[in-house]
Write a protein that binds this ligand. Sequence first.
Ligand SMILES: CC(=O)SCCNC(=O)CCNC(=O)[C@H](O)C(C)(C)COP(=O)(O)OP(=O)(O)OC[C@H]1O[C@@H](n2cnc3c(N)ncnc32)[C@H](O)[C@@H]1OP(=O)(O)O
Ligand SMILES: N[C@@H](CCO)C(=O)O
Length: 344
Amino acid sequence: MSSNPQVLPLAEPLPLECGGQLDGVQIAYHTYGTLNEARDNVIWACHALTANADVLSWWPGLFGAGDYFDPADWFIVCANVLGSCYGSTGPLTPVAPRHKPLYAAFPRLTVRDLVAAHEQLRQHLGLTKIHTVIGGSLGGQQAVEWAIAQPAVFEHLVLLATNAQHSPWGIAFNEAQRLAIQADCTYAGGGPEGGQLGLRAARAIALLSYRSYEAYGRSQAEADDELPTFHRASSYQQYQGDKLTARFNAYSYVTLSHIMDAHHVGRGRGGVAAALGRVQARTLVLGITSDVLFPPAEQQLLARHIPGAMYAEMESGYGHDGFLIETAQIAHFLERFYVQTFAH
Ligand SMILES: CC(=O)SCCNC(=O)CCNC(=O)[C@H](O)C(C)(C)COP(=O)(O)OP(=O)(O)OC[C@H]1O[C@@H](n2cnc3c(N)ncnc32)[C@H](O)[C@@H]1OP(=O)(O)O
Ligand SMILES: N[C@@H](CCO)C(=O)O
């Protein structure tokens, strides 16, 4: 990661959708570029499961100098979500009044709680209008929830590889990963290193849902003369598990996967169609042909119910993670979208 994020301590305890409140919440965030005089050049990026507030580091090709969202033109904001481990309050953050981390006892949160915390940051920054809020996967779940909760704030909404309600299939994947973490006997005991072996296995499971048959075939095919005891795909799975455990913790992972599972824009709002009907932002929804975790039918549903939404599909063999990789296609569809919305 490049620079350290700024941190906003929230003035009041945060009431939680599932009941209770979280005291002493802090939100870590990055801003890039300059807010123009008209204050109409704000892009708010929402990150996915294991990323952080430094969007320039994890979405290169879309955010950065010379990219579609260039800090020379835009005031870009990205904030770490509550429950994560990159500076915002999470299970390993010491919490008042005990000043001890909550580990496995961290409260259940929902996407609406993530939105409520970032909404306080938006107000703190004095941003009355957001030109575009954009997010993929969990970031898209946050973006759509926010556009429903605060419809007048967002002029454009861009949703990638996401959904209106997390699917039984997605929940089952997350539960399999949580079972792997809980099978690690160091998880229940707590402590900053608890559950890391389980997390390694969880990431390997998750990768199966982020990539595709085609992507593994392309990058992990074995040579004819390779020993039958070595498999590139096995080594890849282990490497990806190690890579995540070096930068993330099991408690945040479990917290965030529960948040994803609880995502349902229609809860208490008369159902999904009624909730999506509240969105006022001009909306672009992007699906990925090979996404098995959030299949295109889920994005088509979003586009069907968000008034006037534009839908497009990216041809990609990368699977779900294509939303982080196919930046040229994303830029192409963004350009078409902005030209079309400008014309109307
Ligand atoms: C501190 C931080 O890093 S912060 C956060 C960074 N991550 C995020 O923000 C989350 C979002 N990003 C992601 O999920 C991912 O980075 C993606 C989807 C964009 C790309 O995934 P990657 O893992 O980089 O790409 P890919 O799946 O092609 O794997 C390549 C890596 O696997 C390694 N690899 C490939 N095949 C094998 C193999 N058979 N055995 C062992 N390692 C292998 C490569 O050497 C490469 O290693 P590197 O990452 O150390 O360079
Ligand atoms: N690969 C993404 C999760 C997929 O949405 C991440 O690690 O944040």
